[in-house]
Design a protein around this ligand. Structure first.
Ligand code: 13P
Length: 267
């Protein structure tokens, strides 16, 4: 079991990895670790996470109020987003937020990562939906993210970046790496004619492997909101996993039906 100082050192190490891999620019990104139900360590606001030392790290309570912070340091401006994840996902011990280039590109384009293109992404992540846009540091982001927390372990933040969470800091960080790798592969294959997707049977076999591994987190095959609604589940639902946000295809369908009804009514 790591002591608090060791966890702070690990947070600095992860900060270097996030920064050195270009998953954030300048002072962007933040992450946190749960110590117990009322104590959480988090990165400070407004510093480069690539150059932190343990005394930078702040401690907050379950509401994000400061319990301890050295002079000149305040908790991340996104602490409310982290706290919402811990509140609604008791299995989570660490939350990582970054702006990786390819994942953020998809988040800006409004395209969720839902195509089954490689085994590791299917097993580790399932689908990655998009939480609707919110102003950074306000409750809009925690509220948008909340819609996806019971179904997914990684979420794109519309026009902003990505959020991952898991049972440890290293696993939450690794999920961020996996999201970015998945996004990058998707982007690259889109440049040369688009990906060949794995078929339903292949996806089912991968879900079975995930079950056998007993990986922590929400299982994409069991919890997809579409599956619960009797529709095709993750990786076959064509991007309809984006929680409350109306999928574009549905919006187009509604517009088309409206047009037809209006023309029949002579309007
Ligand atoms: P903080 O430095 O306040 O954590 O904010 C960085 C960021 O990326 C906000 O989205």
């Amino acid at each position: 079991m790591q002591n608090e100082f060791e966890i702070k050192k690990e947070m600095c190490e992860i900060g270097k990895r996030v920064y050195n891999r270009g998953m954030v620019a300048a002072n962007d990104g933040n992450f946190s670790v749960k110590l117990n139900d009322n104590e959480f360590l988090c990165t400070p606001t407004g510093v480069s996470k690539g150059f932190m030392t343990p005394e930078y790290i702040c401690k907050v309570d379950a509401n994000g109020n400061v319990l301890q912070a050295n002079k000149g340091f305040r908790p991340s401006s996104e602490i409310k987003m982290h706290m919402r994840v811990y509140k609604e996902r008791p299995d989570v011990n660490s939350v990582v937020h970054a702006h990786p280039l390819y994942a953020t590109t998809f988040a800006i384009a409004g395209i969720p990562l839902t195509q089954p293109i490689m085994p590791e992404a299917v097993i580790a992540l399932g689908c990655v939906p998009i939480a609707k846009y919110g102003t950074p540091s306000t409750m809009e982001i925690p509220d948008a993210v909340s819609e996806h927390l019971q179904y997914f372990d990684a979420v794109l933040l519309e026009n902003h970046g990505a959020l991952t969470y898991s049972d440890s800091l290293l696993n939450a960080y690794h999920k961020m790496e996996s999201v970015e790798f998945y996004a990058r592969l998707l982007w690259q294959t889109m440049q040369i004619g688009g990906p060949q997707e794995l078929n339903k049977e292949q996806v089912e076999k991968l879900y079975e492997i995930r079950r056998q591994f007993g990986l922590p987190g929400k299982h994409p095959a069991n919890v997809c909101p579409n599956a619960k609604a009797g529709k095709p589940s993750c990786h076959t639902c064509g991007g309809n996993c984006s929680g409350g946000a109306a999928p574009k295809a549905d919006a187009d369908l509604v517009a088309e039906i409206t047009r037809k009804v209006m023309s029949q009514l002579g309007m």
